[in-house]
Design a protein around this ligand. Sequence first.
Ligand code: SAH
Length: 484
Amino acid sequence: MTSPLFPLFADLRGRTVLVVGGGTVALRKVTALLEAGARVRVGAPQLLPALAAWAEQGRIEHLDGAFRPQWLDEVWLAIAATDDAAVNRAVAAAGEARRVWVNVVDDVHASSFHVPARVERGPVQIAISSGGGAPMLARHLRETLETQLDESLGELAHLLTRERARIRRHYPDLGARRRFFERVLAGPIPALLREGRFDDAQRAFGVALIDDKPDTLPAGSVALVGAGPGDAGLMTLRGLRVLNEADVILHDRLVSAEVLALARRDAELVEVGKQAGNHHTTQDRIHELMLEHARAGKRVVRLKGGDPFVFGRGGEELEILADAGIAFEVVPGITAALACAAYAGVPLTHRDHAQSLRVVTAHLKDSADALDWQSLAQEKQTLAVYMGVSGLDVLRDKLIEHGRAASTPFALIENGSRRQQRVVTGTLANLAERAQGHRVQSPALLIVGEVAALAQRLHWFGDAPLTDVVEYETSGSTAFAAAA
Ligand code: SAH
């Protein structure tokens, strides 16, 4: 099944639901259905004593004997919970014919709906599905959430439900209402509820509602957020939270779809992507957009690949904001050098091979002469070169000219940390040829230095490096040489 299941929460109050089967599984289902307010019919030749007692008290209706399709008459939902697969399938088939949703316990394929694993906090319910294929995983997630979500979440939901109409009257504007909610959630009320001080919480809520004048134009702000190299798991928790509060997200092209999918659904997404030689949006226009939205009271997130302060022009953007008197914050991200090194198995420093790391950019056409090649060419240091795909021949020539050995290893990492990651290794001498030979494309990060050769032994993510370097052991220490 390739399409995902469509989640929904069903209101079963007063609606008839059929459970076929009279054993322990059926009892569990009947219990949950009664809790949800359903009118439960149980069809089975035999009932557990607990079910039989309920039937006697009239809490459930009992249909005796073997399953008959007529049992599904006037039924909204059915659950087949017998231990006889043929009976279960007959229920599913009869349900299908009558357009009644049927769940067959422990049979994904026969079911037209699944019952999710769930976490309950009062009226708040979190339903978890693995698509039916990995119920143990769903169960595991449920256990994790159970430990993370405080019991008082239910009380909070009750309070907000009670006050809903009053909140809406006070804050007819959606944006203002959201900010009010955030103030409430960030304030003392959740803690009061956690401590069981319900009356105090209610009082605090009343005060918050009256004290906070409905702010017609809240102060806008900009958060400069590093999205990391692409894998959403490499974004920080703070970055994620800020992203969740954003009204407008101005993002680079480098920011992956996976990360953007984490943004609040109703946030406005604007791509202001820039690519070497292909400027979609000029830097000035980006500045304008930030100012415009922030001045309109929006919470703007300027989302950048990697880290905003590493070749991200974050500094320039903050200067503009500071001049305009707009509040800002910066959330760092995992920069490409760190991510690519980690995902290629290249330690950037190493007691034996590299005592320092230099982070440089290689827009070499314009700036080759401005760089201090003498110091860049020193041994036992690692160079992490950003934006380097086009100037590799210049880089090689300059480094060798200034004394770096032609046999110095390199690792060129394309799409680092992403599924499509490729790592090309070699020595400085054949850097440009190998990059061309493998048609390495942007985004790619170049690591030059003795440590790059370790990728052969330490790679762990994706495919093995494409290599022409061999590594051999000499009396305890590792040495490297170009293959013949
Ligand atoms: N602020 C970003 C860098 C922006 S400059 C950061 O901190 O990572 C863009 C350059 O970053 C690209 O040309 C490439 O050299 C590098 N880069 C960014 N993401 C990358 C990735 N996933 N894999 C390889 N290189 C990447």
